[in-house]
Design a protein around this ligand. Structure first.
Ligand SMILES: Cc1cc2nc3c(=O)[nH]c(=O)nc-3n(C[C@H](O)[C@H](O)[C@H](O)COP(=O)(O)OP(=O)(O)OC[C@H]3O[C@@H](n4cnc5c(N)ncnc54)[C@H](O)[C@@H]3O)c2cc1C
Length: 451
C-alpha cells in the first residue's frame, strides 16, 4: 500500500492503517511531513505558518490524540476566546452570543434585526437547487447579515467569496437545516434539543485547541510513529496499474494507492490503468484562494485593544487591507514572551489575491495599516513572520459537486485507487483527519473482501 502526500490527511491514513496491521509507505515531496501545518518557534514567540486551531467536531480527533499519547500536550483555547469581534465603521464590535445581546448589539441596524424576524416565514429552496452562499443568505436573512456576518466569516474560513461558494457543498449543514426545518432559526432551536439528546456538539460549542508546541506537535508525533514508512523528498508523478499492481517507477510496486494531495497536484499526475490513461486534469479547475499569514509580535503597551477574544474579522465593505486578525497570545499560553503579545493576520484571499504577490515588507505594512486603525497598535513589531500560500484553500464553489463525483466514481471504477483530503472531504483540519481515517477504513474493508 502506498500513500502519496504527507500532510495531515496522508499521515492520519497511514497511522490508522498501521493500527490495523496494514503497512503503508508514505511518499512526501517536501523534506518534511505535515503539509501546510508548520510551527516556527523563535525568540520566545510561537508562530503558526498555516492553520492555528483544530475545531473538535468529531470524536475521531480525540481518539487520534489519545492514540498518539498527546492528551497532556493539548491546550484548549482560553475562556475569552468565546468573544469574537467583527469590524464595523473601522472599530471591533463584539459579535453577540445571545438573543438579548443580538437585540442590543450595534453590529446590526434595527432594520436588519427586524428582517430576521421574517426568517421563519421564508420558504425553503427546492431540494435540488444549488444556490451560492450569498443568494441563500440574502434570501433568508437579508443583505446586512451577508455583509457584516457571513462575508467576514467566509473570509476567515475559506478566504473566499460568498457570491461563488456553494451553500450545499461548502456549508452542507446550513443547507440541511433549511431543508429539514424550513428555517435557520427554528433549526437552531430544535437542533440544539436534538444535539442534547444525541450528545453531539455544534460547531459553535465545539472545543478549539492546539498543543503546547503548536499544531506541528501533532504531525511530528505522527511522523515519529511512522518513521520507517516515510519517504520524504520523493514527489510521485507517474502511477501505472497493471496486473493488479500499481507501479510508482523507482519508488516500487504496491497493491493500492491513496492520493492525499491538493487538487492542483492531483491534476498533474500521470495515471495509467491497464495501458489506458486516466486524466485527472479537470481537477485543476478547483480554484484555490491565496493567503499570506502575517504573524507579528508587539509590546503589550503598544496595543490599545484588550485582545480579549479569538480575534477580529474584517467585512469586505469596511475596505481594509486584511481579512482579519487572530489574537494568538490570548488564545494559548506560551505564544509570546512576558510583556509581549502575538497577532496573526491574514491578507489576500479571493477578495484581494494580488496582495499576496507583494514583497513581505509591503505585505507587512498593509497589515500594520489595519492594525493601527482597528486595534490601536502604536508601536513597531518586535517579531515578524510572513508566510505566503499561493494556493491555500480550495473553494467549494457552485458546481463543485462534479469534482467530488469524479473522484468518487474513479474510486469505484479503478481498483486499488483511493482519494482523500481537503479537495474532496472538507477544508478544515478536522475534515482532513476524518477524511484520512475514513480512507483507511475503506482500504481495510476492501482488503478484507479480497483476502
Ligand atoms: C493559511 C491556512 C490557514 C488555515 N487555518 C486553518 C485553521 O485554523 N483550522 C483548520 O481546521 N484548518 C485550517 N486550514 C486548512 C487545513 O490546514 C488544511 O485543510 C489541511 O491541513 C489540509 O491537509 P492535507 O493533508 O489534505 O493537505 P496538505 O497539507 O496540502 O498536504 C499535502 C501534501 O502533499 C505533498 N505533495 C504534493 N505533491 C506531491 C507529490 N507529487 N508527491 C508526494 N507528495 C506530494 C505536499 O508537499 C504536502 O505535504 C488552513 C489552511 C491554510 C493554508
Amino acid at each position: 500500500m502506498a500513500i502519496i502526500g504527507g500532510g495531515i490527511t496522508g499521515l492520519t491514513a497511514a497511522f490508522r492503517l498501521k493500527q490495523r496491521g496494514i503497512p503503508a509507505v508514505l511518499f512526501e515531496a517536501a523534506d518534511r511531513v505535515g503539509g501546510v501545518i508548520q510551527t516556527v518557534r523563535e525568540g520566545g514567540y510561537l508562530a503558526e505558518c498555516g492553520p492555528n486551531t483544530i475545531l473538535e467536531t468529531s470524536p475521531l480527533i480525540g481518539e487520534l490524540i489519545e492514540a498518539l499519547g498527546l492528551g497532556d500536550r493539548r491546550i484548549d483555547t482560553s475562556e475569552s476566546a468565546g468573544n469574537r469581534y467583527i469590524v464595523r465603521d473601522k472599530r471591533p464590535v463584539k459579535l453577540p452570543d445571545s438573543p438579548l445581546g443580538f437585540l442590543a448589539s450595534p453590529l446590526f441596524s434595527c432594520r436588519a434585526k427586524a428582517r430576521l424576524l421574517a426568517e421563519p416565514f421564508i420558504r425553503r429552496a427546492p431540494a435540488d437547487a444549488e444556490e451560492s452562499l450569498a443568494q441563500f443568505v440574502r434570501r433568508r436573512v437579508g443583505r446586512e447579515f451577508l455583509e457584516y456576518a457571513i462575508n467576514p466569516f467566509v473570509a476567515g474560513v475559506y478566504a473566499g467569496a460568498p457570491e461563488t461558494l456553494s451553500v450545499r457543498e461548502a456549508f452542507p449543514k446550513l443547507h440541511a437545516v433549511e431543508q429539514r426545518y424550513g428555517s435557520l432559526i427554528l433549526g437552531q432551536l430544535l437542533g440544539a434539543r436534538e444535539r442534547k439528546r444525541s450528545g453531539s456538539v455544534s460547531k459553535q460549542n465545539a472545543p478549539k485547541f492546539s498543543f503546547d508546541h503548536g499544531l506541528e506537535t501533532l504531525t511530528t508525533a505522527l511522523g515519529q510513529r511512522l518513521k520507517e514508512q516515510i519517504r520524504t523528498g520523493q514527489a510521485i508523478g507517474r502511477l501505472t496499474r497493471h496486473n493488479n499492481t500499481w507501479s510508482l517507477g523507482q519508488a516500487g510496486e504496491y497493491s493500492a494507492v491513496l492520493l492525499a494531495l491538493p487538487a492542483f497536484r492531483l491534476a498533474e499526475l500521470q495515471l495509467t490503468h491497464e495501458a489506458k490513461p486516466i486524466r485527472l486534469s479537470m481537477l485543476a479547475d478547483i480554484r484555490y484562494a491565496p493567503v499570506a499569514s502575517v504573524v507579528l509580535g508587539f509590546r503589550r503597551e503598544d496595543v490599545a485593544h484588550p485582545l480579549d477574544g479569538f480575534g477580529a474579522l474584517n467585512p469586505e465593505v469596511e475596505q481594509l487591507n486584511s481579512l482579519g486578525t487572530i489574537f494568538s497570545s490570548s488564545l494559548f499560553p506560551g505564544r509570546a514572551p512576558l510583556g509581549q503579545v502575538l497577532l496573526t493576520s491574514y491578507i489576500g484571499g479571493l477578495r484581494a489575491p494580488h496582495l499576496v504577490t507583494k514583497n513581505p515588507d509591503e505585505i507587512c505594512e498593509l497589515v500594520m495599516e489595519d492594525l493601527r486603525i482597528v486595534l490601536g497598535v502604536n508601536g513597531e513589531p518586535t517579531s515578524r513572520h510572513v508566510f505566503v500560500h499561493r494556493r491555500a484553500i480550495p473553494q467549494y464553489d457552485v458546481g463543485f459537486g462534479r469534482f467530488k463525483a469524479f473522484m468518487n466514481e474513479l474510486e469505484q471504477k479503478v481498483s486499488g485507487l483511493y482519494f482523500a483530503g481537503h479537495c474532496r472531504d472538507g477544508i478544515s483540519l478536522t475534515d482532513s483527519i476524518v477524511s484520512g481515517h475514513k480512507a483507511a477504513e475503506r482500504i481495510a474493508e476492501d482488503r478484507k473482501q479480497t483476502d
